[in-house]
Ligand binder design. Structure first.
Ligand code: LRH
Ligand code: MN
Ligand code: MN
Length: 390
């Protein structure tokens, strides 16, 4: 490939930004067992510190998402200042309307107006927090749904959902937007109120320009063509961002690119081909993971490296050759262009990108040298649970 092209690829990789989630730094597990680790953050400030370390090591993770009230603090502006001092910023704010006893039958879709009111009040409180932290994304996921046919009216629940979304939307400031996440099942087993991208998309279209769909890669049925969803939403200007993780079976929340690096590449290829890697496209590349067995900070670093590798391969696709093969109806040729790019070993290229960014070409080795694990093991006793399953 021409030197100029490689320089363009490297410059795109240097500009890429990936947000890490605060909850990935806390203890987590399954509903069967949380295996607590040593040196886990005890509060939101320490989670921010760990996220800042991930940014120092990778150079491409300059923000951390918060989940409220898991990351509840007295003064959010102070937490934002702490993040700034540590070299990062606070990113998306994720309201939590799924853990109170009141939400047994749902939050904003609950048949009880008092519960709906409480849930909406929390969404609005989270926009206040965005104002204090300077965050521009309200990231919404609802556990709402029903377990049995007849348990509640599917249509009435959509009406209630629309009402709450619209009230939250109206509260957003001019430079704030709302991302609406979908998930096909869990915790509800018969019907989820936002089960798929189409439902999320329809609500976002009604709401307006600043409502967009959030694609969590773990939230699809096996065999779903996620890159098609990405391509469609991009075309409509309705792709707001991602929650990256990988899944073998359901919402496994494993390290992105671990289960299916080829799927991640196909998703990034749609992004690159649509020009959506550019900052102006405003796509939020966020991780949403839980590391149940593996140590948190290096797992986050590894996840970021996986996203970078998929992105680098997508950038290396020869767009001209691909377009020509497509025009000529050359099925094998077009597929070969894509596969040739995928089969590149991009690790040396990424090592150069890291050197350009002023970070170690081998961030995992650099992490070991920081002595961070040993230090926090001594400093932090009684680390916080990520929020659920504890
Ligand atoms: C739901 C989800 C959603 C939550 C997060 C903790 O499965 O993906 O994004 O906020 O997990
Ligand atoms: Mn998610
Ligand atoms: Mn999830």
């Amino acid at each position: 490939m021409a030197a100029t092209t490689i320089e363009t690829v490297k410059s795109a990789l240097r500009a890429q930004q990936i947000e890490t989630p605060s909850w990935a730094y806390g203890n987590s597990g399954t509903r069967f067992k949380v295996f607590a680790q040593e040196g886990i953050p005890r509060n939101a400030y320490e989670k921010v510190d760990d996220a800042a370390l991930v940014h120092k090591l990778t150079g491409v993770a300059p923000s951390v998402a918060l989940h409220i009230p898991w990351d509840k603090v007295d003064d959010y502006a102070d937490l934002a200042a702490h993040a700034k001092n540590a070299g990062i910023r606070l990113g998306a704010i994720n309201p939590n309307v799924f853990q109170d006893d009141d939400y047994r039958l749902g939050s904003v879709c609950n048949p009880d107006p008092a519960v709906r009111k409480k849930a909406l009040a929390h969404l609005l409180e989270c926009v206040d927090i965005m104002d204090a932290t300077g965050s521009s994304i309200l990231s919404l996921w609802f556990a709402d749904g029903i377990n049995y046919p007849g348990q509640d009216s599917l249509r009435a629940r959509q009406d209630r959902l629309a009402e709450a979304l619209s009230a939250a939307y109206d509260r957003l400031g001019a430079d704030q937007r709302m991302l609406v996440e979908y998930k096909f099942f869990e915790p509800a087993f018969y019907a989820t109120d936002i089960p798929d991208w189409g439902t999320s998309y329809a609500h976002c279209v009604t709401l307006g320009e600043r409502a967009q769909v959030l694609v969590d890669t773990g939230h699809h049925a096996p065999g779903t063509n996620i890159e098609f969803i990405v391509a469609f939403l991009l075309r409509q200007g309705k792709l707001g961002g991602f929650h990256f993780n990988s899944r073998f079976y359901a919402d496994d929340d494993l390290m992105v690119g671990a289960a299916d690096p080829f799927q991640l590449f196909r998703i990034m290829l749609e992004i690159v081909q649509a020009g959506a890697l550019e900052e102006s496209a405003n796509i939020a590349f966020m991780l949403d993971q839980c590391h149940n067995l593996e140590p948190k900070v290096p797992a986050m670093v590894r996840s970021i490296m996986n996203v970078q590798e998929a992105t680098a391969k997508a950038l290396l696709v020869d767009a001209g050759a691909l377009a020509a093969a497509q025009r000529e109806g050359d099925v094998l040729g077009a597929n070969a262009v894509v596969m040739d790019a995928y089969n590149n070993d991009v690790r040396p290229l990424l090592a150069e990108v890291r050197a350009d960014l002023g970070v170690d070409p081998d961030p995992i080795a650099a992490y070991r040298r920081t002595g961070h694990a040993e230090r926090v093991r001594e400093e932090r006793r009684g680390g916080q649970a990520a929020g659920w399953g504890a």
